[in-house]
Design a protein around this ligand. Structure first.
Ligand SMILES: C[S@@+](CC[C@H](N)C(=O)[O-])C[C@H]1O[C@@H](n2cnc3c(N)ncnc32)[C@H](O)[C@@H]1O
Length: 209
């Protein structure tokens, strides 16, 4: 078991109840970005405890929700029993056996900071998309990361910081372009919508050509 999996297995017990501005702002980002779009088959990568699965399942005819952590998935499974939602435990740095058919939407919410090599994962996402399908990415803004912010939570023995990697905006753009993905929108989300502060989230929406 790798350290990210271990960390989320431990964080799962408190993930939904901790104060977490990034988690909550991303829920808003996803809903605002995807509300105008139509999609039937959705692949949600890093679904965690199902914060976004509950919304995606109302829009889509089917949702495949994937996560590395059994404990995070356990929380999601306890909330969602709908037959059109399939949960899969998998490491997305390995082959995507869960993506045998193609999707209209692939979404990453707060996952890619835990992935060292962006390009191979975005290639798999592009391969999993139908032509015209959408790729949604929302991550802790790189500017926040430059200032030292990382996914972290409190334990009885102190603060646990989850292994994170810095991806620059150009890294996302280059990896997407190399895989035939065209940028539709780039949005920055700020705490309390205060645009004089460092943005908390970077949200990117791409479309497969
Ligand atoms: C910060 S949580 C985000 C959960 C959810 N998307 C949300 O926005 O609340 C990151 C999630 O990514 C998952 N994750 C991290 N690395 C992964 C990998 N290599 N494969 C699959 N899931 C991974 C973790 O287990 C965790 O549930």
């Amino acid at each position: 078991m790798n350290s990210v999996q271990q960390a989320y297995n431990s964080w799962a017990q408190q993930y939904d109840s901790n104060e977490n501005k990034t988690r909550d702002l991303e829920a808003r980002s996803l809903r605002e970005t995807l509300a105008p779009l139509s999609f039937e088959r959705c692949l949600e990568i890093g679904c965690g405890t199902g914060k976004n699965t509950v919304w995606l399942m109302e829009k889509a005819a089917s949702v495949t929700a994937v996560d590395l952590s059994e404990e995070m998935l356990g929380k999601a499974r306890a909330k969602i029993t709908a037959a059109h939602v399939q949960f899969v435990q998998a490491d997305i740095t390995q082959p995507w056996s869960f993506a045998a058919t193609q999707f209209d939407l692939v979404g990453f919410s707060l996952v890619l900071e835990h992935i060292e090599q962006l390009s191979p994962v975005l290639k798999k996402a592009a391969d999993a998309l139908k032509p015209g399908g959408y790729l949604y990415i929302s991550e802790l803004h790189p500017f926040k990361q430059y200032n030292g912010s990382k996914a972290r939570f409190e334990t009885e023995t102190g603060t646990q910081v989850v292994t994170c990697f810095n991806h620059h905006i150009s890294d996302f753009m280059d990896a997407a372009k190399a895989n035939g993905l065209q940028l539709l929108s780039l949005t920055e989300y700020f705490d309390e919508d205060d645009r004089t502060t460092i943005p908390r989230l970077l949200t990117l929406l791409f479309q497969k050509k």
